[in-house]
Design a protein around this ligand. Structure first.
Ligand code: CMP
Length: 141
């Protein structure tokens, strides 16, 4: 039997500024992702830093947290079979210069940092990231 997985997606400030929210959500739904919960919000640099704590030692951490707190984002709790890996396929590579045709980053990303969308990279990070933005009662599906 196939099991459903959950993952977190974030439509980043660059894509929100490009009015790409509707297009990206349409692409997620067309690819079979069920939206369990969704909200638009702004986060502080401190909150962005907590979310991206695994990257705290990276040279791009300061700039990344500035960017992620630079305007509204849309956070989505998604459910599907193989959701974690298949969302990352649909997103395309981190650097949009290498992204395949048809991927979200190929169409919408600005550069390697301002790359339109985030998706959890593993089951364990999905659990942390979903619980960062959503309370249990919001994810009853
Ligand atoms: P994301 O998938 O959200 O995970 C970490 C983020 O850090 C990544 O997307 C980019 O926004 C950013 N990032 C990763 N690598 C680089 C890099 N080399 N330079 C700048 N930003 C990066």
């Amino acid at each position: 039997m196939k099991t459903l997985e959950r993952t977190l997606a974030i439509i980043k400030p660059d894509a929100v500024r490009k009015h790409a929210i509707g297009n990206i959500i349409e692409q997620l739904e067309r690819n079979g992702f069920h939206i369990l919960a969704m909200k638009i919000l702004e986060i502080s640099k401190h909150q962005a830093g907590q979310f991206y704590a695994v990257h705290a030692h990276r040279p791009f951490y300061n700039s990344l947290t500035d960017f992620m707190s630079s305007g509204p984002i849309v956070v989505l709790a998604l459910e599907r079979e193989n959701a974690v890996a298949d969302l990352r396929k649909l997103m395309g590579t981190t650097n949009p210069a290498d992204a395949a045709e048809g991927t979200i980053r190929k169409r919408w990303a600005t550069n390697i940092e301002q790359n339109a969308i985030h998706g959890s990279d593993a089951d364990e990070s999905a659990r942390f990231e979903l619980s960062y933005f959503f309370a249990g009662y919001e994810l009853t599906g």
